[in-house]
Ligand binder design. Structure first.
Ligand SMILES: CC(C)(COP(=O)(O)OP(=O)(O)OC[C@H]1O[C@@H](n2cnc3c(N)ncnc32)[C@H](O)[C@@H]1OP(=O)(O)O)[C@@H](O)C(=O)NCCC(=O)NCCS
Length: 157
């Protein structure tokens, strides 16, 4: 199976909308409510033009099957990733993260680490980030949310 990783473009909007609104994807997100089309369109266009956001997609057989977004905050990038539930356990998520991270690392030398925020009940995501080498940094026992960190390069400051 050939997995193509590339930057997201405007015409990916509809396929990303379908993935984002899949019930399994919604239930694993911090915000679980269903997303409306016009809300998605406005959000997606903002993401594509936002200098603090870097958006990648995974494509298999000309279909977008996953998305990954880095949101920059000073020297850190928050990772948000989701894969079409029908295409999970096929290494699409890890390929998407690996290739997107290579692009990030080459083009954004001021970003030193990745952060991921994960619901404790989301076993797939906990397993995914641990498997990639993210380290648990914090646990909010009230919200039941883990924060994981991954060092890209040492922060010289
Ligand atoms: C987490 C997610 C991105 C994983 O994507 P994926 O393409 O299925 O993952 P991969 O096939 O690349 O799996 C890589 C590793 O992650 C871990 N993993 C993946 N799914 C897992 C699961 N259900 N339970 C435990 N570990 C899991 C495993 O260690 C796996 O390696 P292995 O296949 O050798 O066992 C996907 O399940 C998803 O989109 N979840 C919903 C959205 C989400 O929770 N995003 C994270 C919050 S930002």
């Amino acid at each position: 199976m050939k997995i193509i990783i590339r930057r997201a473009i405007a015409s990916d909007s509809q396929q990303l909308f379908l993935i984002s609104n899949d019930p399994l994807v919604r239930s694993s997100s911090l915000n679980t409510k269903v997303i409306g089309w016009s809300e998605h369109q406005a959000w997606y266009q903002r993401q594509l033009s936002d200098k603090n956001s870097l958006f990648f997609v995974a494509e298999v057989e000309k279909t977008v099957v996953g998305q990954l977004r880095f949101t920059f905050n000073q020297s850190e990038a928050l990772v948000s990733i989701s894969i079409d539930p029908k295409r999970r356990h096929m290494k699409i998520g890890s390929t998407l993260l690996q290739k997107s991270l290579l692009a990030l690392s080459a083009n954004y030398p001021k970003i030193f680490r990745l952060k991921a925020i994960v619901k404790a009940t989301n076993a797939a995501s906990v397993g995914f980030f641990k498997n990639y080498g993210f380290k648990q940094h914090a646990y909010d026992s009230v919200k039941q949310i883990y924060t994981y960190l991954y060092t890209i390069r040492e922060d010289p400051s």
